[in-house]
Every structure is written in structure tokens, then in C-alpha cells.
Design a binder for this molecule. Sequence first.
Ligand SMILES: [Ca+2]
Length: 282
Amino acid sequence: MTGKHSGHTSVRSNGGGTPLRAGEITIASALKNVGYATGGYGKWGCGGRGSTGVPEEHGFDEFLGYYDLNQDLSEQNNLAASHKETLAKMKAYAMAAHEPVREGIFHNRAIHEKDRQAKFGDTRQARAQTSPVSFPTKGLIPQNKMTLLRFSSEAQANNRRARCAFDGKPLTHWHSQFQPTGYEHPHELVLNLGKPYRIKGFRYLARQDNGWNGAFKDCEFYVSNDPQEFAQPALKTQFKKTKEPQDILCTPVTGRYVLIKVLSEVNNGPWASAAEIGMIKD
Ligand SMILES: [Ca+2]
């Protein structure tokens, strides 16, 4: 109401006893000074009747509502019935301000970024949509022969499907399910490579938008010929917090199935996400 931090206002709690001081500027008095008609309707919490804090003393042409909940409970006082004239004025304001419903889209990325700039002082331009890091596939087992056997979870709501981690498109990514909560590490993906391969490493590309949620930190890769049996990891590694592709080599191991087990996230969040994952052929 006054534009002040609550540490500097007259009224600092709901308990009452400290009404607005006489002459204290409010948004209503500021607007009234430049020619606005002003009205307040509803609950007033800045000073009860007879105090210096009543709305009529602070820029409101009129006020209809509760000054003090203890005295003005609607069950005891029918404010609407006793202020027919004010109600008629309110209805007239509403009718005059009413705009018929229009179909259309009233929000877009540009407006969103303007709001964001005002609120947070920065923007989240979609760097990834204009200049994604490429995901080199040279030396990798062909992704188009792989199939996804199972996964621990995926975010369906925004289409961050598990298969996005192997679709050859850096701009799409898998994200573990995040709503409702309770989906925490380890997060897992199991792949069928199509046939046995000798694998000497793994390539990981973190999500290519400006977010970091889910970017892999500690991760284990298992290779097996039995999709139900993954004994020892072929590789335990820790990825860096980077948007660049990361290759991690291991002692070569042969198998047709790969389990990717994500144990932690770069910011210690509970998620996992991947733009692309590749297996490096020996
Ligand atoms: Ca992808």
C-alpha cells in the first residue's frame, strides 16, 4: 500500500494498534494526485474506524469493505444491504471497464523475457535453439539401431522422454520425472544396442538449453549380454558441468545391453537429464 519495505511501514503486523500515520502516502493518494478516481473494496488492514489509518484519509475516494474484521464480520453486518449506492457505483465501474472476451494468444516468448528481465534482471534466450553444441557421432555405435528397453522415469508433461537421450538431436533431452516429487537418484536407462559390441567408452551431452537440472555428475555405465543382469560397472565416472560433449574411456568390454545409472547431479538436485548419450566403439 505504501511501497515501503515491511521493516519501514507503520503497520507491521495483523495485530492492529499501529494504523497508517496521518498524511502517509499510499498508492491510492499518489494516483488520486494525478487525477485518478480511486476506490477500495474488500478488506482493509491499515487502521480501524476512528484511527489515522482509515482509507478515506489515504487517497481513497470511497471504500466499501471491512475496516476491522473483529467488528465488521459479514454475518453480523450486511454491508452490501446498507450501501446500495456504493454497490451500484461498483457495478457501473465494472460494466464500463468490461471488455468482451477475445480469442487469441496474449503471451509469447518476447513478453515472457521482458517480464523475466524486469523481475530477475536477466533473460533466458534460447541459446540452444540458435547455436546448439553439436554431438559428434563419429566412432559411436549407431543410435538408430538402439532401442530403449526400460527407464526409471521420464518427464511426460513436457515431453522430456527417455528416448530423447538417443534420438540424435542435441536439442531434445530426457529428464527424469519431477512431479509429483519422490523421483530421486539413482536414475536408470537400459538400452539394447541391437547386437553385441566391444565398447571402449561413453559420450555424454548435457541438456542444451540454459538449464542445468538433471545434468549428470556421478554416473556408472554397465555392459552385459543379459538385460536383467548387470554385475560390475564397466565405468564409474564423474562428469563436468559443461554443455560440451564429454568422452570418458574405459577398459574395453563387450555386450549387447547397456545400463546407465545416474547417481548425482551437477547441482546436487534430485534429477537426471541428458541431451544425448553415445557408446564409443572399440
Ligand atoms: Ca536428444
